[in-house]
Ligand binder design. Structure first.
Ligand SMILES: [Zn+2]
Length: 405
């Protein structure tokens, strides 16, 4: 499946230059590649072919599936679900070895947001609860249950998995897909959370964002403080074996609709991973990616900022098994580069026949001067606490359909 044609963005070089000496390794990354393992990939994946593909795109770092929901290696951590197709393979270990052989930095991709039913039965306290006390199911995979941010799943279970990965593979970084994100806060109704709410907010926050609720406003701080606490904990865990290793989280694909306060995250984060993979529909302007990137740059103050794009069709309906048009991906990457972010190209599953020749290969952000003469000041707190009337769209959704007003 050929997906990308050659683009001609901003430059040539792919590897760190001599001027990068002394800088943290992650500040010199210019391109990233990511392959999400499917659970059945151990049956068929050709690790060397994929790593050769990433090398052909001149990436510096690769994101390799570790686990959290499904372990791609023979984990011994209880309730860390091994891929049922893993057999005698160790996909994580094989991929890390293949990447290192090619002089690529290795980032293990994890997921902390959901776990299987056996974990729910053994540790009901790990899980997010609905107002009626029932566990919350994942919408697309109804055999998975959402975990509670305020539970020991985040302070004990995930660190135990990270330590196992560190001991076996010593990755350069650990990344959590989908957490903390920048979308609206969620409210869990588990026993532990109710206790925390009562003690720290004086009540129970409303289930949805409600700026008029004084309880919700207090809850916003409690929630953000917990994100910072967990981020710091995981970063210190990542450094236990290798002081140069880092943890960083997924800071979302919500475009300009970000609801979480990015400033305290930017203060502690070594790497901002935007996850704005595409327009998600025809009525989103192509420049929205760059607008999000400018906000990321403002809170990171020169530290590493990347943005993930998707090789799949991120349109309506979202077809994860259909490739996006090459022009769409090229323009999105151009936007990533235009605001000084590092492109991070990702594939879902190892099945597609991969081909070289991507715009990523010709994209270089080293020493890029951001080309802008105007700036926007956006307050995350204003966005959260006050409802803003939706601006009229200037874009026609599709020929023959009504224009938004
Ligand atoms: Zn809870």
């Amino acid at each position: 499946m050929a997906i990308l044609s050659s683009g001609d963005l901003l430059g040539l070089s792919s590897v760190s230059s001599s001027t990068d000496a002394g800088k943290p390794w992650y500040s010199t990354v210019r391109r990233c590649g990511q392959l999400n393992f499917n659970e059945s990939d151990p049956l068929t994946v050709d690790i060397d072919a994929w790593m050769d593909y990433w090398v052909s795109l001149k990436v510096n770092a690769v994101m390799i599936g570790g686990g959290g929901i499904v372990a791609s290696y023979p984990t011994n951590v209880p309730y860390h679900h091994r891929s049922q197709y893993l057999g005698s393979r160790d996909l994580t270990g094989e991929a890390i070895a293949a990447a290192r052989k090619r002089n690529l930095r290795v980032i293990v991709r994890m997921d902390c947001n959901y776990a299987y039913q056996d974990a729910l039965k053994a540790h009901p306290e790990w899980f997010h609860r609905m107002p009626d006390g029932s566990p919350r199911l994942e919408l697309e995979a109804s055999y998975l249950y959402k975990t509670c941010l305020f539970s020991s799943y985040f302070t004990e279970q995930m660190p135990a998995i990270y330590r196992e990965l560190q001991q076996r593979y010593s990755p350069d970084a650990i990344f959590t897909n989908g957490w903390p994100g920048t979308a609206a806060l969620e409210v869990c109704h588990c026993v532990n959370c109710k206790k925390i709410y009562q003690e720290q907010t004086g009540g129970v926050p409303p289930a949805t964002t409600n700026a008029k609720s004084p309880v919700y406003r207090k809850y916003y701080k409690v929630y953000m403080d917990r994100i910072i606490e967990i981020w710091k904990l995981w970063d210190s865990t990542a450094k236990e074996k290798n002081p140069e290793a880092i943890y960083f989280g997924d800071l979302g694909g919500a475009g300009l609709q970000m609801m979480k306060d990015l400033k305290p995250i930017g203060d502690i984060a070594s790497w901002y991973a935007g996850d704005h993979q595409g327009r998600g529909g025809a009525n989103v302007p192509i420049w929205e990616c760059a607008a999000q990137g400018r906000i990321a740059q403002s809170v990171m103050g020169g530290k590493t900022v990347t943005n993930i794009d998707g090789a799949y069709s991120d349109s309506q309906p979202k077809w994860r098994h259909v490739s996006a048009p090459a022009a769409e991906i090229n323009l999105w990457m151009a936007q990533v580069a235009a605001c000084g972010m590092v492109p991070w190209h990702h594939w879902l599953g190892a099945r597609p026949k991969i081909t070289a020749g991507a715009s990523l290969q010709k994209t270089f952000m080293g020493g890029l001067r951001r080309m802008r003469s105007i700036s926007a000041i956006v307050s995350r707190c204003l966005r959260l606490l006050y409802f803003i009337p939706r601006a009229p769209s200037l874009f026609i959704v599709r020929k023959g359909q009504a224009k938004e007003s």
